[in-house]
Design a protein around this ligand. Structure first.
Ligand code: ZN
Length: 183
């Protein structure tokens, strides 16, 4: 396994619509390796909770999600998923403003910039797992937010495109300070 180089905002690949994969491609050796390397890459990232294949230079519709409790988020539950060809089939309720950053929005594999992004609190997502099995799941709160961020990546959309209140932008240092003061 390897930690992969991450593409940064401004890289045209991040603006492409990622290619959907067939079941046989999902089960192929190159994709198995890509998934293993993406998981490894995400685990080495302190604030990262999701990584889309275009962020490591592969324009295929695949994201990995990995959440575990940290000092910044001690109350979250462990969660891990690989979502392939994902699609939001429905979203519910009003959008709420949530803090967000992006691994590609920084030069050292971590986000340099954070802002509040309006996201639906509940979404139903259809996707294939790494074995090619189909799922439809409902996600709420943090998981719903991550799903929306990740699926946006596969459609060439970055969180900065979604920010409504641009006065919420803050640097990594200020974001950490805010989290520390809030805890
Ligand atoms: Zn991102």
């Amino acid at each position: 396994m390897a930690v992969l180089n991450r593409r940064q905002f401004g890289d045209p690949l991040l603006r492409e619509t990622a290619r959907r994969m067939t079941k046989s491609e999902i089960l192929s050796e190159p994709i198995k390796h890509l998934i293993a390397d993406m998981r490894q890459t995400l685990r080495t990232n302190e604030l990262g909770v999701g990584l889309a294949a275009p962020q490591v230079g592969e324009s295929v519709a695949l994201s990995v999600i990995w959440i575990e409790p940290t000092a910044q988020r001690p109350h979250v539950e462990n969660f891990s998923a690989t979502i392939i060809n994902p699609k939001i089939v429905s979203s519910h309720g009003r959008r709420v403003q949530r803090w967000e950053g992006c691994i590609s929005g920084g030069s050292h594999g971590t986000a340099d910039l954070f802002a509040k992004v309006p996201r639906y609190n509940d979404v139903d997502v259809e996707y294939l797992d790494e074995k090619g099995n189909q799922h439809t799941e409902t996600y709420t709160g943090l998981l719903a937010q991550i799903m929306q961020h990740e699926i946006d990546h596969l459609n060439g959309i970055l969180f900065v495109d979604r920010v409504k209140d641009t006065k919420t932008y803050m640097t990594h240092a200020e974001y950490r300070k805010m989290l520390k003061e809030a805890s």
